[in-house]
Design a protein around this ligand. Structure first.
Ligand code: BG6
Length: 477
């Protein structure tokens, strides 16, 4: 009973949120390099190029490019068994469409992955975590079929180079975010789709689903190729799981929740079953969305199915079919309402540990594939006390409750869970708002939204708590 012996405990980050060093050693600009800092009330701006005088927090990250050895030593101190990060595509192919990679970029990840291994951490690597070379986005992003070829070349290059040091690979981070059309940042970061204010909602959805199709083909090609490069590779998809509950037992609400969940399930259905589900084809027909495909696409998708599913989980949502109720959360679908049973974070995310167990059950019953929880955590405003210490009991509480539900899913529901990595195990730049002050870390980084500060790292209270959790394999929560 309890967590399996080889359970992969660890932490998770993404290159663009922590590496910094955005223009060194031959790296080209990525789509995140033209995202300004924002906040809860003012969305991040997507600029066409780097504009002097604007604040671009991803240029700095937390400077991990130069500090990784010391930072990794802190992760080792917590006893991490694995570490999830991503490869910055534009370090390897600065423009994205070159035929030869940038050797300096490859050398950086040689050193980084070797350091994880030396410190006893299994690297878990996302190929595309919201980062595409800006040049490719200007050429249409994933709506342009040529991007499939560029992505496959990038993936093949890094999978060959790191075939001995990396075993766990994820293709596209939170690939389903883009179905949320309430904020253009999602289609932009998932697929490199530059917002066009002239586009109608129908045109936007047409472009988004075309990109998704191209990503399905790209992902399937990479899964197949990866297994040829090293049959021991474990290659998974990565889904943002926000379970959607009906607001009441009114069958209209229940049906609305079922339909909304399809925007998440369609991704798992294609990645795992290798074919488009019928509800999806019906939706395309109904909305008159036409996907350009090549003759072999469906066969490629059928062959390149994933070995496991990885998920992020932060919150749940609730939906009503009653159109007179306003959208209250940033969940991006009509009829979304606040759940009166749940508290929210300062950023409006509904805290729901049982929702994690519920999601694990849904996914496992549907797919029968092992599940890796590669993101879970809470963003908080934090300030060190006079001694420089951060008592983040609220985070401990959040993580404890969620991990307890994972355990139940394993023990009572029989779900196969491979591992658990806390999101932002060290404070990093927030993806959604570009803030530093939305902190997730177990390690505090003295840096503000404008990049000011000593950049000193210090252990929060949750640091020693998580170390105990890992040392006891999840027994001591
Ligand atoms: C996920 C992303 O959306 O959630 C991460 O994969 C992100 O990149 C994390 O940082 C938390 O979101 P945010 O917007 O609070 O940073």
């Amino acid at each position: 009973m309890g967590f399996p012996k080889d359970f992969l405990w660890g932490g998770a980050v993404a290159a663009h949120q922590l590496e910094g060093a955005w223009d060194v050693d031959g790296r080209g600009p990525s789509i995140c390099d033209v995202l300004t800092g924002g906040s809860n009330d003012s969305p991040r701006e997507i600029t066409s190029h780097v504009i002097e005088g604007k604040n671009y927090p991803n240029h700095r990250g937390i400077g991990y490019y130069h500090t990784f050895e010391n930072d990794n030593a802190l992760f080792r101190e917590m006893g991490f068994k694995c570490f999830r990060t991503s490869i910055s595509w534009s370090r390897i192919f600065p423009q994205g469409d070159e035929l030869e990679p940038n050797e300096e970029g490859l050398r950086f990840y040689d050193r980084l992955f070797a350091d994880y291994r030396a410190k006893g951490m299994e690297p878990v690597v996302t190929l595309s975590h919201f980062e595409m070379p800006l040049h490719l986005a200007k050429e249409g992003g994933f709506a342009n079929r040529k991007t499939i070829e560029c992505f496959v070349r990038f993936a093949a290059t890094v999978m060959r180079r790191y075939h001995d040091s990396v075993r766990y690979w994820l293709t596209f981070n939170e690939v389903n975010n883009q179905t949320n059309t309430s904020n253009p940042i999602f289609a932009y970061t998932n697929s490199g789709l530059i917002p066009d204010p002239e586009m109608s909602e129908h045109e936007r959805r047409q472009r988004m689903w075309q990109s998704v199709h191209n990503e399905f083909v790209a992902s399937a090609k990479v899964v197949e190729l990866g297994h040829e490069i090293n049959p021991d590779f474990e290659i998974g998809c990565m889904l943002a799981i926000v379970p959607v509950y009906p607001a009441s037992s009114d069958p209209e609400d229940v049906m609305r929740a079922e339909v909304v969940m399809r925007d998440r399930f369609v991704f798992g259905d294609v990645y795992v079953n290798g074919e488009y589900p019928r509800y999806f084809l019906k939706m395309l027909e109904r909305e008159r969305i036409h996907i350009e495909e090549e003759a072999e696409d469906r066969a490629i998708i059928a062959r390149g199915t994933v070995d496991f599913i990885s998920i992020s989980y932060y919150m749940s949502s609730t939906v009503t079919a009653d159109e007179s109720k306003p959208d209250v959360l940033q969940s991006g679908f009509r009829g979304s309402v606040r759940n009166p049973h749940l508290q929210t974070t300062s950023w409006g995310w509904q805290i729901d540990p049982i929702g994690l167990r519920y999601s694990l059950c849904l996914l496992y019953e549907r797919y029968r594939k092992p599940i890796f929880i590669v993101e879970n955590g809470i963003g908080l405003y934090e300030k060190p006390d006079d001694e420089g210490y951060i008592d983040d009991e609220e985070r401990i509480e959040y993580l404890r409750e969620h991990i307890a539900q994972v355990r139940k899913a394993i023990d009572e529901d029989g779900v196969e869970v491979m591992g658990y990595t806390v999101w932002g195990c060290i404070d990093v730049v927030s993806f959604g708002t570009g803030e530093m002050k939305k902190r997730y870390g177990l390690i505090y980084v003295d840096e503000d939204d404008e990049g000011r500060g000593s950049h000193k790292r210090s252990r929060k209270k949750s640091f020693s708590w998580y170390r105990r959790v890992i040392a006891s394999n999840g027994e001591d929560l």
